[in-house]
Design a binder for this molecule. Structure first.
Ligand code: GLA
Length: 333
């Protein structure tokens, strides 16, 4: 059997560092994708790649995905492990137009494409959950569900309002007279993994005091004694509210309000959550001072990588305009 499995990257319009406490996010799957092409058969998964250092060569009964080399093969190994000894191996190649380590979910795209190529059967949510577990296993980073679910459940022409508690996905149609532009800061993400895990732990500490952050108010948050934990929680609570208001603003065609919320989100990620950098801040400020830009913010985990802007058509002559696309898929012949 020959397979061609494709999975898109994603850009998050608003709602960062909210998914792992069951909050709200508003991403879209984008027209940058990872493609796994190959022949099923054999008892190993062997994938060449044009963009990574050396092939992935993973046994179907791989025990410890984190010890696999080269590093990118850990994602493959995590998926193989989570599929629970797939019935068949695969020999083929990976190509990708999702820039690696840029906040556009190149790893989620790789995981989904590999899972589909190896014959995963199930709903988009089940695919996302399997790949989220694969990512935990591959990297040890306790990521939320946003990236994998965005890539699995993508909808052409729509962003998605995802409730990461009940895992419902509500389509948010994007107006025709607006562009979503992704601009790379040129700054590779540094120390993102350990800082990410630390933020997850700080949110857990906040929830030990006030209960689930998705249900908490800013008054609840004010009762948290630890100043750092209080700031983290204040970001999450306000960010969930901004996601709701952003979805409403887009539905009303109020792009000025939507852009303002993006900027507030960036400021909160910078000042309360401490995941921005000087380079990202300067880029957001520059984009926001450009005529026709409604708003801009860091997107994804932060610490470098890309910025996303909402603009009038052709307002920016840098970065690339992205379009919302359908989720991951596979063709077998
Ligand atoms: C990374 C994680 C996601 C999410 C974002 C921040 O992309 O994989 O689960 O937490 O960071 O919003």
């Amino acid at each position: 059997v020959t397979v061609v499995a494709r999975a898109p990257g994603r850009v998050n319009l608003i709602g960062d560092h909210t998914d792992y406490t069951g909050g709200l996010v508003l991403p879209m799957a984008i027209d940058r994708e990872t493609v796994v092409t190959g022949e099923r058969g054999g008892d190993r998964v062997v994938l060449r790649s044009t963009y990574a250092d050396g092939p992935a060569d993973v046994a179907l009964d791989v025990k410890d995905p984190r010890s696999v080399t080269p590093a990118w093969a850990r994602y493959v190994a995590g998926v193989v492990h989570q599929l629970g000894r797939p019935a068949t191996g695969l020999r083929g190649e990976v190509t990708s137009t999702v820039p690696v380590g840029s906040g556009l979910s190149s790893s989620a795209a790789l995981e989904l494409a590999v899972a589909l190529a190896l014959g995963f059967r199930g709903s988009p949510l089940e695919l996302a959950q399997l790949c989220q577990r694969a990512e935990h296993l591959a990297t040890g980073v306790p990521c939320g569900i946003m990236d994998q679910l965005s890539s699995a459940a993508g909808l052409a022409g729509h962003a998605m309002l995802i409730d990461c508690h009940d895992l419902t996905v509500r389509p948010v149609p994007l107006p025709d007279d607006v562009e979503v532009v992704v601009v790379h800061s040129g700054q590779p993400r540094a120390l993102a993994d350990s800082a990410y895990a630390e933020r997850v732990a700080q949110c857990a500490a906040a929830e030990a005091v006030v209960g689930p952050l998705r249900l908490a108010s800013l008054d609840d948050v004010a009762t948290i004694a630890d100043a750092l934990v209080r700031r983290r929680a204040a970001h999450v609570v306000a960010e969930n509210d901004r996601v709701r208001r952003f979805a409403a603003a887009v539905a009303d065609g109020d792009l000025v309000a939507a852009g303002r919320l993006m900027v507030q989100s960036h400021e909160s990620l910078r000042d309360l959550y401490d995941v921005s950098t000087d380079v990202l801040d300067a880029l957001v400020a520059r984009l926001c001072s450009t005529k026709g830009v409604f708003g801009a913010r860091l997107t994804g985990a932060g610490f470098g990588g890309c910025v996303v802007a909402l603009t009038e058509p052709s307002a920016l002559d840098e970065g690339w305009v992205v379009h919302a696309v359908a989720g991951a898929s596979v063709v077998e012949t």
